[in-house]
Write a protein that binds this ligand. Structure first.
Ligand code: ADP
Length: 162
Protein backbone atom coordinates (compact mmCIF):
# COMPACT_ATOMS: atom_id res chain seq x y z
CA UNK A 1 0.00 0.00 0.00
CA UNK A 2 1.09 3.55 -0.73
CA UNK A 3 0.55 6.27 1.89
CA UNK A 4 0.69 10.00 1.37
CA UNK A 5 1.84 12.01 4.40
CA UNK A 6 0.71 15.56 3.62
CA UNK A 7 1.70 18.63 5.62
CA UNK A 8 3.38 22.01 5.74
CA UNK A 9 6.65 20.71 7.23
CA UNK A 10 7.83 24.30 7.79
CA UNK A 11 10.27 22.87 8.85
CA UNK A 12 10.23 19.10 9.39
CA UNK A 13 10.71 18.18 13.08
CA UNK A 14 11.74 14.98 14.84
CA UNK A 15 8.01 14.46 15.50
CA UNK A 16 7.31 14.38 11.75
CA UNK A 17 10.35 12.17 11.17
CA UNK A 18 9.12 9.70 13.79
CA UNK A 19 5.77 9.41 11.94
CA UNK A 20 7.60 8.93 8.61
CA UNK A 21 9.88 6.21 10.02
CA UNK A 22 6.96 4.35 11.57
CA UNK A 23 4.89 4.80 8.40
CA UNK A 24 7.73 3.27 6.37
CA UNK A 25 7.43 0.08 8.45
CA UNK A 26 3.70 -0.13 7.73
CA UNK A 27 3.49 0.84 4.05
CA UNK A 28 5.37 -0.10 0.87
CA UNK A 29 5.92 3.54 0.13
CA UNK A 30 5.42 6.78 2.05
CA UNK A 31 5.13 9.92 -0.05
CA UNK A 32 5.90 12.96 2.06
CA UNK A 33 3.94 15.67 0.27
CA UNK A 34 4.73 19.30 1.06
CA UNK A 35 1.68 21.49 0.72
CA UNK A 36 1.86 24.90 -0.85
CA UNK A 37 -0.67 26.99 1.04
CA UNK A 38 -0.85 30.52 -0.42
CA UNK A 39 -2.68 31.79 2.69
CA UNK A 40 0.28 30.96 4.95
CA UNK A 41 3.64 32.73 4.79
CA UNK A 42 6.17 29.98 5.35
CA UNK A 43 9.68 30.47 6.71
CA UNK A 44 11.14 28.05 4.15
CA UNK A 45 10.19 27.75 0.48
CA UNK A 46 8.57 24.54 -0.73
CA UNK A 47 11.88 23.59 -2.42
CA UNK A 48 13.88 24.18 0.78
CA UNK A 49 11.41 22.10 2.79
CA UNK A 50 11.60 19.27 0.22
CA UNK A 51 15.40 19.36 0.40
CA UNK A 52 15.32 19.28 4.22
CA UNK A 53 13.01 16.25 4.16
CA UNK A 54 15.09 14.44 1.50
CA UNK A 55 18.28 15.03 3.49
CA UNK A 56 16.96 13.61 6.76
CA UNK A 57 15.15 10.62 5.24
CA UNK A 58 18.11 9.26 3.23
CA UNK A 59 18.24 6.21 5.52
CA UNK A 60 14.71 5.20 4.45
CA UNK A 61 14.52 3.43 1.10
CA UNK A 62 10.74 3.68 0.65
CA UNK A 63 10.27 7.42 1.07
CA UNK A 64 9.49 9.76 -1.78
CA UNK A 65 9.40 13.54 -1.30
CA UNK A 66 7.05 15.65 -3.39
CA UNK A 67 4.96 18.83 -3.34
CA UNK A 68 1.35 19.52 -4.22
CA UNK A 69 -0.99 22.45 -4.76
CA UNK A 70 -4.28 20.62 -5.29
CA UNK A 71 -6.82 18.88 -3.06
CA UNK A 72 -5.03 16.29 -0.94
CA UNK A 73 -7.32 13.44 -2.04
CA UNK A 74 -6.91 14.37 -5.70
CA UNK A 75 -3.15 14.32 -5.24
CA UNK A 76 -3.33 10.97 -3.39
CA UNK A 77 -5.40 9.45 -6.22
CA UNK A 78 -2.89 10.68 -8.80
CA UNK A 79 -0.17 8.92 -6.81
CA UNK A 80 -2.27 5.70 -6.63
CA UNK A 81 -2.21 5.96 -2.83
CA UNK A 82 -4.81 4.26 -0.68
CA UNK A 83 -3.95 5.98 2.59
CA UNK A 84 -3.49 9.48 3.97
CA UNK A 85 -1.12 9.35 6.91
CA UNK A 86 -1.49 11.90 9.72
CA UNK A 87 -0.02 12.30 13.18
CA UNK A 88 -1.99 12.94 16.35
CA UNK A 89 -0.39 14.77 19.24
CA UNK A 90 -2.74 16.42 21.68
CA UNK A 91 -6.50 16.71 22.04
CA UNK A 92 -6.49 19.98 20.10
CA UNK A 93 -5.22 18.14 16.99
CA UNK A 94 -8.13 15.75 17.22
CA UNK A 95 -10.95 18.12 16.33
CA UNK A 96 -9.20 19.45 13.22
CA UNK A 97 -7.99 16.02 12.11
CA UNK A 98 -11.46 14.50 12.59
CA UNK A 99 -12.99 17.26 10.44
CA UNK A 100 -10.34 16.78 7.74
CA UNK A 101 -10.74 13.00 7.91
CA UNK A 102 -14.51 13.23 7.40
CA UNK A 103 -14.11 15.84 4.65
CA UNK A 104 -11.60 13.75 2.74
CA UNK A 105 -13.77 10.63 3.18
CA UNK A 106 -16.76 12.51 1.74
CA UNK A 107 -14.66 13.62 -1.24
CA UNK A 108 -13.04 10.28 -1.86
CA UNK A 109 -14.49 7.28 0.03
CA UNK A 110 -11.86 4.82 -1.22
CA UNK A 111 -9.00 6.64 0.52
CA UNK A 112 -8.56 5.95 4.24
CA UNK A 113 -6.96 8.32 6.72
CA UNK A 114 -4.63 6.49 9.11
CA UNK A 115 -3.54 8.27 12.29
CA UNK A 116 -0.37 7.43 14.14
CA UNK A 117 -0.24 8.59 17.73
CA UNK A 118 2.87 10.63 18.41
CA UNK A 119 5.70 9.12 20.41
CA UNK A 120 5.61 10.51 23.93
CA UNK A 121 8.80 12.52 23.65
CA UNK A 122 7.46 14.49 20.66
CA UNK A 123 3.90 15.10 21.81
CA UNK A 124 4.60 18.79 22.58
CA UNK A 125 6.54 19.43 19.39
CA UNK A 126 5.40 21.58 16.46
CA UNK A 127 7.10 23.46 13.63
CA UNK A 128 5.89 26.78 15.02
CA UNK A 129 7.34 26.04 18.46
CA UNK A 130 10.69 25.22 16.87
CA UNK A 131 10.65 28.47 14.86
CA UNK A 132 9.78 30.46 17.97
CA UNK A 133 12.73 28.98 19.90
CA UNK A 134 15.18 29.37 16.99
CA UNK A 135 14.10 32.96 16.39
CA UNK A 136 15.27 33.90 19.87
CA UNK A 137 18.53 31.99 19.58
CA UNK A 138 17.46 28.93 21.61
CA UNK A 139 18.81 25.42 21.10
CA UNK A 140 16.68 23.25 18.79
CA UNK A 141 19.13 20.41 18.07
CA UNK A 142 17.06 17.96 20.18
CA UNK A 143 13.85 18.88 18.29
CA UNK A 144 14.77 18.85 14.60
CA UNK A 145 17.12 16.87 12.31
CA UNK A 146 20.65 18.36 12.27
CA UNK A 147 20.34 19.73 8.72
CA UNK A 148 17.21 21.65 9.75
CA UNK A 149 18.91 23.00 12.89
CA UNK A 150 21.68 24.51 10.76
CA UNK A 151 19.17 25.91 8.22
CA UNK A 152 17.30 27.60 11.07
CA UNK A 153 20.52 28.99 12.49
CA UNK A 154 21.50 30.42 9.09
CA UNK A 155 18.04 31.80 8.50
CA UNK A 156 17.79 33.68 11.77
CA UNK A 157 21.44 34.78 11.75
CA UNK A 158 20.64 36.46 8.43
CA UNK A 159 17.63 38.19 10.03
CA UNK A 160 19.75 39.54 12.86
CA UNK A 161 22.58 40.62 10.58
CA UNK A 162 20.10 42.28 8.21
P1 ADP B 1 -0.42 20.84 8.56
O1 ADP B 1 -0.30 22.28 8.19
O2 ADP B 1 -1.02 19.97 7.49
O3 ADP B 1 -1.03 20.59 9.91
P2 ADP B 1 2.11 20.08 9.76
O4 ADP B 1 3.45 20.07 9.11
O5 ADP B 1 1.92 20.99 10.92
O6 ADP B 1 1.11 20.36 8.59
O7 ADP B 1 1.73 18.61 10.24
C1 ADP B 1 1.62 17.53 9.35
C2 ADP B 1 1.12 16.31 10.11
O8 ADP B 1 2.11 15.91 11.06
C3 ADP B 1 -0.16 16.55 10.94
O9 ADP B 1 -0.94 15.36 10.89
C4 ADP B 1 0.34 16.78 12.33
O10 ADP B 1 -0.61 16.44 13.31
C5 ADP B 1 1.53 15.84 12.35
N1 ADP B 1 2.53 16.25 13.34
C6 ADP B 1 3.10 17.46 13.49
N2 ADP B 1 3.97 17.46 14.54
C7 ADP B 1 3.93 16.21 15.06
C8 ADP B 1 4.57 15.57 16.19
N3 ADP B 1 5.38 16.24 16.99
N4 ADP B 1 4.28 14.27 16.41
C9 ADP B 1 3.41 13.61 15.61
N5 ADP B 1 2.76 14.15 14.57
C10 ADP B 1 3.02 15.42 14.28
Amino acid sequence: MIAVYPGSFDPITLGHLDIIERGCRLFEQVIVAVSHNPTKTPLFSVEQRMQQISDCTRHLSNVKVDKFEILTVTYAKMQHAQVLLRGLRVLSDFEYELQMGHTNKSLCPEIETVFLVTSNEYSFLSSSLVKEIAKFGGVVTHLVPSNVASDLEKCYAKTYLG
